[in-house]
Design a protein around this ligand. Structure first.
Ligand SMILES: [Zn+2]
Ligand SMILES: [Zn+2]
Length: 172
């Protein structure tokens, strides 16, 4: 399994946030029976934030945005769900915070070495996993001429438009 040092190298610095992601990923690999280091394409992570911890998860689990097995579900919580498609097992870790510890270094050490069930609440994941990658038809935007996958196209006054060209598109 990848080390804390490797996570810090990838992330660029050591911080408590990175430690949360690293520790959650290590615990998840153990929980799902994948701690032998085999980085499994069948593993999927849903992260509920885009903070430092995500880098630790990418290094330890091998889940990345580019491979499509790192997905964001933005509640802003310090919570990460892990799914093993092969076994059907899943687990969601929610960071409980550091009660009573002081200082950045001390907090980080506590997250790295403290008892798992003081650090995280964990139970079976409840967020549904998206189906495996669909191949979508491409269409061309009538205004800018750029190519977009069909589900991201909008229809305005009878024209097929991309999200940037569509004047009535609102990013909710
Ligand atoms: Zn950081
Ligand atoms: Zn366009």
């Amino acid at each position: 399994m990848r080390t804390w040092e490797e996570c810090a190298q990838f992330h660029g610095h050591k911080c408590p946030g990175l430690a949360i992601g690293y520790r959650a990923a290590v615990l998840a690999m153990e929980y799902l029976g994948l701690s032998d280091g085999a980085q499994d394409e069948e593993l999927v992570c849903i992260s509920e934030n885009r903070a430092c911890g995500v880098d630790g998860i990418q290094v330890v689990t091998g889940c990345t945005a580019g491979k499509g097995n790192l997905i964001f579900h933005m509640t802003g919580k310090d919570a990460f769900s892990f799914y093993c498609r092969k076994s059907g097992k899943s687990v969601r870790f929610v960071f409980l915070g550091c009660k009573g510890s002081q200082g950045r270094e001390e907090t980080m050490q506590y997250i790295l070495t403290g008892p798992a069930d003081e650090l995280f609440a964990y139970k079976e994941a409840t967020l549904p996993l998206p189906e495996e990658a669909h191949i979508f038809r491409d269409v061309t935007c009538a205004k800018c001429g750029e190519t977009i996958p069909e589900p991201l196209a909008r229809l305005e006054n009878g024209q097929i438009l991309c999200l940037d060209c569509c004047t009535t598109f609102h990013d909710f």
